[in-house]
Design a protein around this ligand. Structure first.
Ligand SMILES: Cc1cc2nc3c(=O)[nH]c(=O)nc-3n(C[C@H](O)[C@H](O)[C@H](O)COP(=O)(O)OP(=O)(O)OC[C@H]3O[C@@H](n4cnc5c(N)ncnc54)[C@H](O)[C@@H]3O)c2cc1C
Length: 303
């Protein structure tokens, strides 16, 4: 197989951190996705800066991902470079009620550290399987709270490798969105302000949220969580169920029998299966309610 354009140079620049034709199914919680031409997991900030400055000025698309828990990567894969912000960016610190986390830290790890130190605020995040970076970009939320309630500032890197701090007011937070989504900035570090709270009470809330998730979400199959955003005043899950879509199947993709806003991968689902199912759900909900469901999951790649 021929090596993708730029692979050799990048491999020399970042030894051991670059892969060619990497199946994205390995990097998404849906376990779906064709190959990325080039996949990089930088070993640190210096290496990331080297990478982005190398890409800058070359005509190569660049995508940043975290844990791939909100991503649908199409079967044809991704032309360009995918950069995973992972373990090398996973440091978590608690200073009084301030939480400072690398963007690659798992949200659950940060929530557990906060609990141990008696810092409340992140209880809602229990069970969200994303990185802190992905959670900020998506303004992840549950149980009536979201990242926007806690985030004070983020450190980002631009395509010239320059670091910049942005405060919460500059991030354009909205329902499952921020202005970082689709921008060329990569999030490296997030500072959150929590509140002092009894660790036992924090733990009790976290356990309750987790129990609720286990009872209401299909956690034994690969998925990307909620596929659609909730339209104003309604939940997407209710609309989908009322439109008769629960259990509907395309190949190995199925509208979950447990939670209708989840599409689960029963084994060998393709992105095409998921896309067809998404389309049918949208059609049926529109026919029944006149509402167009919009996607919460981010779609990358080509057919
Ligand atoms: C079982 C399950 C339950 C879920 N429950 C919830 C829930 O309750 N609430 C909720 O909000 N979500 C939920 N999700 C969805 C998902 O976990 C969140 O959206 C999460 O915040 C995504 O983080 P990630 O690291 O996986 O990001 P990814 O999926 O890797 O990326 C998501 C987006 O963020 C961008 N991005 C990621 N990291 C960076 C970075 N460092 N710099 C710049 N851009 C970046 C990507 O380009 C992409 O556009 C659930 C998912 C699953 C599978």
């Amino acid at each position: 197989m021929t090596l993708p354009i730029g692979f050799k140079e990048l491999n020399a620049l970042l030894p051991g951190q670059v892969k060619a034709n990497e199946p994205m199914a390995r990097h998404t919680t849906w376990r779906i996705g064709g190959p990325a031409d080039i996949f990089v997991e930088p070993a640190g900030v210096k290496e990331l800066a080297r990478l982005v400055t190398w890409v800058h000025g070359r005509d190569l698309p660049l995508y940043f991902i975290g844990n791939g828990s909100n991503l649908l990567v199409k079967d044809g894969g991704i032309r360009g470079i995918v950069v995973k912000i992972g373990r090398a960016f996973g440091k978590v610190q608690v200073q009084e009620t301030t939480l400072i986390a690398g963007a690659g830290a798992m949200l659950g790890v940060l929530a557990a550290a906060a609990q141990k130190s008696g810092v409340g605020g992140l209880e809602f995040a229990t069970g969200i399987p994303g990185t802190v970076g992905g959670a900020v970009v998506m303004n992840a939320g549950a149980n009536g709270s979201s990242m926007a309630d806690l985030v004070q500032e983020v450190m980002v890197m631009d395509l010239s490798g320059e670091l910049e701090r942005r405060n919460a007011g500059e991030l354009g937070f909205g329902y499952r969105t921020s202005n970082l989504l689709g921008s060329s900035l990569v999030v490296l570090e997030v500072t959150c302000r929590g509140v002092a709270r009894d660790p036992d009470q924090i733990r009790a809330d976290m356990e309750q949220y987790l129990a609720r998730r286990r009872a209401s979400q299909p956690l034994s199959y690969p998925s990307a969580g909620s596929v659609f955003k909730n339209p104003p005043g309604k939940t997407a899950g209710w609309l989908i169920e009322q439109a008769g879509c629960k259990g509907m199947r395309q190949g190995d993709a199925q509208v979950s029998l447990v939670h209708a806003n989840f599409i689960v991968n029963l084994g060998r689902a393709t992105a095409r299966d998921v896309q067809l199912l998404i389309h049918r759900v949208q059609q049926l909900v529109y026919e029944r309610f006149g509402i167009t469901l919009t996607l919460e999951v981010q779609v990358l790649g080509e057919d």
